[in-house]
Write a protein that binds this ligand. Structure first.
Ligand SMILES: O=C(O)c1cc(C(=O)O)c2c(n1)C(=O)C(=O)c1cc(C(=O)O)[nH]c1-2
Ligand SMILES: [Ca+2]
Length: 678
């Protein structure tokens, strides 16, 4: 009889700063979300390698019992895995068998799914001295006992703050402090991160990324300086200003510096936020902080005057590379804005930037690290095909860096979106035609007022950060592919939107192996050794912002952890077929209401449900393919309906009975309009 709880406790008890740093040298574990503080996602293990990866097979699969996006990288110490699924549920798994040790469900109120922009996801947990930390959707930072999954302490990280805040990112633990930020910049919030004592949960420090009301005292010098880059006539503090830090943090122990990527402006429109212009610090920046005090050290702003949801929260990597023959300590970063950045992490100085996909907002960066803006992208008076669009040339899907090949493996993409300024925008004014305003969005932009012309794509890039060019690339069938893992075995692993886990040769890009995963993969894999054998695991669950309304497989959930080993022979689990069905037919409606319904649909429904019959539905159903009875009974779903248990908001008091009739008219009217005529 093995005592798994005791094993789990003993394993995580060992995880501290020295353990995590040692891992970067060579140990069998994957103790933090990005494997080490530098978040290289490079494993020194080479038992699985370019020669034998073709013999990988399934060791086991584990049902995460979730139907929404799964974005966490499994962390593993001494063969014990910790991974989170949607709704911030944490699972502890014995990797020797694939059996559950415990699960922890923070019991998020499922009707609050609309409070976050981009699916009810969680990007994983942190481990430290016997505890497992998860940032829950509702703002609680929760410390769990690694042995039992029982709560040790919890803190409301949203206390004292306003707006629609949600946590989606993985906490990080630097020097005994658990650090967490949150999302919300689509809704009108002010960004901040907070550090808590890992042992007790006591708050140690908080750093805001944008200044508050300038008529009140600033929290620190960094805020005072930042305020000079905003125009007070925009009253940015009323809508918060944005700059949410919802994903990336790294730490350099030698330099005693932590780095955080900041988010987009809130609202998105630069003109509305800061009418006379200005860079709007510290939006869309990499910021260096003192991990002991949270004090600002330096920043580099990647997108001055953000206007397109160009967050810099995308996962960064710390690397030591040679540039012009000299060893440099750098940050490698590919934010949403489509440029690949190399920065000196000792001082924040710009080294180089190069676009890794086509972009139309800047023609490049000058030698001081300032972008050369293209005026049309900031005009805002007419629909502009923003390339990259707000989904980003690269989103949160982690990239990896292999020091042997010198290449960064980067999931790149384009999701076409047309943007135009909403001149009549006012904070928290919901209204027909205002995108997502019924669920609280405050972007001050119209989306797709005419159809975008740019083409969607998904691409794995093997990017050379010194030469600033691709060494090789692979085209995928869809945007929104998984994060990457690379190893000393000369392999790159990536999951795909169309439901495969694929291994490539790290130097040549040659495809070496693939396995079906049932549904689309968005998370990054991890690898580790247990009892002398190397395993590769990936948590699968289609979703995230693009996955709400679109998909590239015919299967959906449940969220599943797959674990592969050379010679593995386990059977694939059965997956549920997506309901593709027939176009909606037969719902009676008043054709005169279609136009009003269109405007209401844009304000309340489209972002999650997609365009009826045009989009296909992701992890949320497309209403153009429902049985008529659902749409006929639409009020039962819109007002305190059964789908609230799955994340549907309650529109009581926001929509009228007549509004629902208009929505019906739009949904059935659209299905009728696109039905092939014969
Ligand atoms: O501005 C924000 O605060 C914020 C938060 C989040 C989030 O917390 O997930 C995302 C975004 N923005 C965002 O712009 C975005 O593209 C995005 C994608 C995803 C996802 O998990 O798929 N989250 C987010
Ligand atoms: Ca955003």
């Amino acid at each position: 009889q093995v005592d798994l709880a005791a094993q789990a406790a003993a394993a995580v008890q060992r995880v501290d700063g020295a353990f995590i740093r040692a891992n970067a040298a060579k140990t069998p574990d994957w103790p933090t979300t990005g494997v080490d503080y530098a978040e290289t996602r490079y494993s020194r293990l080479d038992q699985i390698n370019a020669a034998n990866v073709k013999d990988l097979g399934l060791a086991w699969s584990y049902n995460l019992e979730s139907t929404r996006g799964v974005e966490a990288t499994p962390v593993v110490v001494d063969g014990i895995m910790y991974v989170s699924a949607s709704w911030s549920v944490v699972h502890a798994i014995d990797t020797r068998t694939g059996n559950r040790i415990w699960t922890y469900d923070p019991q998020i109120d499922r009707s609050t799914g609309f409070k976050g922009c981009c699916d009810v996801v969680n990007r994983g947990v942190a481990l430290w001295k016997g505890k497992v930390y998860v940032g829950a959707w509702d703002g609680r930072l929760i410390a769990l006992d690694a042995a039992t999954g029982k709560e040790v302490w919890q803190k409301n990280t949203f206390e004292g703050q306003k707006g629609s805040l949600t946590i989606t990112g993985a906490p990080r633990v630097f020097k005994g402090k658990v650090i967490i930020g949150n999302g919300g910049a689509e809704y009108g919030v002010r960004g901040y991160i907070t550090a808590y004592d890992a042992e007790t949960g006591e708050q140690k420090w908080r750093w805001f990324s944008v200044p508050g009301d300038p008529s009140k005292p600033f929290e620190d010098e960094s805020m005072k300086r930042a305020a000079r880059t905003w125009d007070p006539s925009g009253k940015w503090w009323e809508a918060g200003g944005g700059g949410t830090m919802w994903d990336s943090m790294t730490f350099d122990a030698e330099l005693n510096t932590m780095y955080v990527g900041t988010g987009n402006g809130s609202p998105w429109s630069h003109k509305v936020r800061s009418p006379k212009g200005g860079d709007n610090l510290y939006l869309a920046s990499i910021v260096a902080l003192d991990p002991d005090t949270g004090k600002y050290k330096w920043h580099y702003q990647e997108t001055p005057g953000d206007n397109w949801d160009y967050t810099s929260t995308q996962p960064m990597i710390l690397a030591d590379i040679k540039i012009a023959g000299k060893p440099r300590k750098v940050i490698l970063h590919a934010p949403k804005n489509g440029f690949f950045f190399v920065l000196d992490r000792t001082n924040g100085k710009f080294i180089s930037a190069k676009n890794f996909v086509p972009v139309n907002w800047a023609s490049g960066y000058d030698k001081h690290g300032k972008p050369m803006n293209i005026a049309a992208a900031r005009d805002g008076s007419k629909p502009h095909d923003a390339v990259p669009g707000p989904y980003g040339a690269h989103n949160w899907h982690p990239m990896s860096f292999n020091p042997q090949t010198g290449l960064v493996y980067l999931p790149a993409q384009n999701v076409p979106v047309n943007l135009m300024d909403d001149k009549n925008w006012e904070f928290n004014q919901a209204g027909p035609g205002k995108p997502q305003s019924g669920t609280g969005w405050n972007t001050a932009k119209f989306f797709n007022a005419e159809p975008p012309k740019s083409q969607p794509f998904g691409r794995l890039l093997a990017w050379d950060p010194v030469a600033q060019k691709a060494a090789w690339s692979v085209e995928h069938v869809s945007p929104w592919n998984g994060g990457t893992l690379t190893t000393a075995g000369n392999v790159v692993f990536q999951g795909t939107a169309d439901g495969r886990l694929v291994a490539y040769h790290a130097a040549s890009g040659e495809k070496l192996w693939e396995a079906p995963t049932g549904t689309g993969v968005v998370a990054a894999p991890s690898t580790y050794m247990v009892d002398g054998k190397q395993y590769v695991s990936v948590a699968v669950g289609w979703g995230g912002v693009y996955g709400l309304a679109a998909r590239a497989t015919e299967r959906q959930g449940p969220g599943t952890v797959y674990t592969f080993v050379v010679g593995g022979k386990a059977k694939m689990p059965d997956f549920v077929a997506q309901r593709t069905g027939q176009l909606l037919q037969g719902v009676k409606y008043d054709a005169a209401k279609v136009e009003a319904g269109t405007m209401l649909y844009v304000a309340n429904c489209v972002f999650c449900h997609g365009v009826p019959g045009v989009d296909r539905g992701g992890n949320i159903p497309n209403l153009g393919y429902m049985d008529a009875s659902y749409i006929e009974n639409l009020p039962n779903f819109i007002f305190k309906g059964p789908a609230m248990a799955r994340g549907m908001p309650d529109f009581t008091g926001k929509l009228s009975g007549d509004d629902v009739e208009s929505l019906k008219a739009f949904i059935q009217g659209t299905a009728d309009a696109i039905r092939p005529k014969n």
